[in-house]
Design a protein around this ligand. Structure first.
Ligand code: HEC
Ligand code: HEC
Ligand code: HEC
Ligand code: HEC
Length: 175
């Protein structure tokens, strides 16, 4: 009886905390963010990302170096291996059920750092930071980066947040 009560309370707490709702947040892909986040006066985040280190993360998996790493590990094709995709593509990093329209070739896309965009992408939500965050937006800190930048990476380099974030920053200069 006591167990049953505890179970119901836990379930209620999950509803209240939005834990179940979070499953409705899906990944929509960078082209959707591009519509609003690619204007030069506001920092053209899409172009900065495209030229930065993350958008090409899938291409690296077909490089010679990648093939060498894969061979040493007994992996036939790193571009389809779940163990490589889990850090080199947003799609490989998430539960397949949460894929709405994001593509695997986007590599490490906006939503790996900013959270799944399906519910915050509307302009009236986006203009309200608090509401955006309730609907899945993340303003990332080092914690997000180290889900990939860690010793599980076969080419791991020590990760200094301040230094690394400067290499991929895309601030809005109008703010
Ligand atoms: C319909 C237009 C639109 C779309 C689509 C959109 N955004 Fe936004 N976003 C905005 C607006 C407007 C703001 C408010 C700040 C500003 O004026 O730039 C904003 C703010 C942000 C911020 C800063 C939040 C803050 O409070 O500092 C982030 C991060 C962000 N968007 C990421 C994304 C990502 C990632 C996507 C795609 C999944 C996306 N946005 C899609 C319009 C949009
Ligand atoms: C989903 C996994 C993932 C997340 C999250 C992630 N990265 Fe990366 N990052 C990568 C991969 C994979 C590469 C290598 C891309 C390539 O060259 O193929 C990379 C490369 C880089 C590079 C260039 C290589 C280097 O080490 O100098 C920088 C800088 C970087 N990331 C910074 C960051 C920062 C800062 C964050 C957090 C705000 C972050 N990354 C979050 C996966 C990720
Ligand atoms: C735990 C996350 C993670 C996993 C798993 C992972 N990578 Fe990476 N990879 C990264 C990050 C982060 C970088 C950026 C450099 C660094 O710090 O290692 C990177 C960089 C690379 C690079 C570019 C290295 C350079 O400096 O030129 C290659 C090639 C690569 N990875 C291949 C692979 C292959 C092949 C696999 C699967 C066997 C794999 N990675 C698995 C996170 C990962
Ligand atoms: C590797 C992680 C990473 C990726 C990928 C990434 N961002 Fe960001 N983004 C950040 C970080 C870190 C900040 C700074 C957060 C802060 O100011 O608290 C940021 C800030 C922003 C801001 C706010 C800028 C400002 O000065 O107000 C916008 C808008 C934004 N990102 C949009 C995007 C869009 C659109 C994409 C994809 C095209 C993208 N980001 C990809 C990590 C990332």
């Amino acid at each position: 009886m006591l167990l049953k009560k505890t179970f119901i309370f836990t379930l209620l707490a999950m509803f209240a905390g939005g834990t179940l709702l979070a499953q409705n947040f899906k990944y929509i892909g960078a082209s959707k963010c591009k519509m609003c986040h690619n204007k030069a006066p506001k920092g053209e985040q899409y172009n900065v990302w495209l030229k930065g280190p993350h958008a090409g993360a899938m291409k690296s998996l077909s490089s010679e170096k990648s093939m060498e790493i894969a061979k040493a590990k007994g992996i036939a094709d790193p571009t389809t291996d779940a163990g490589c995709l889990k850090c080199h593509s947003t799609v490989g990093h998430i539960d397949a059920k949460l894929v709405a329209s994001i593509k695997i070739d986007e590599g490490v896309s906006c939503e790996s750092c900013h959270g799944p965009g399906s519910m915050y992408k509307g302009v009236s939500v986006m203009k309200n930071r608090e509401l955006s965050m309730k609907k899945g937006l993340i303003l990332p800190t080092e914690e997000v980066c180290v889900t990939c930048h860690n010793e599980e990476s076969p080419t791991y380099k020590p990760f200094n947040y301040e230094e690394k974030v400067a290499l991929m920053a895309h601030p809005d200069p109008s703010k």
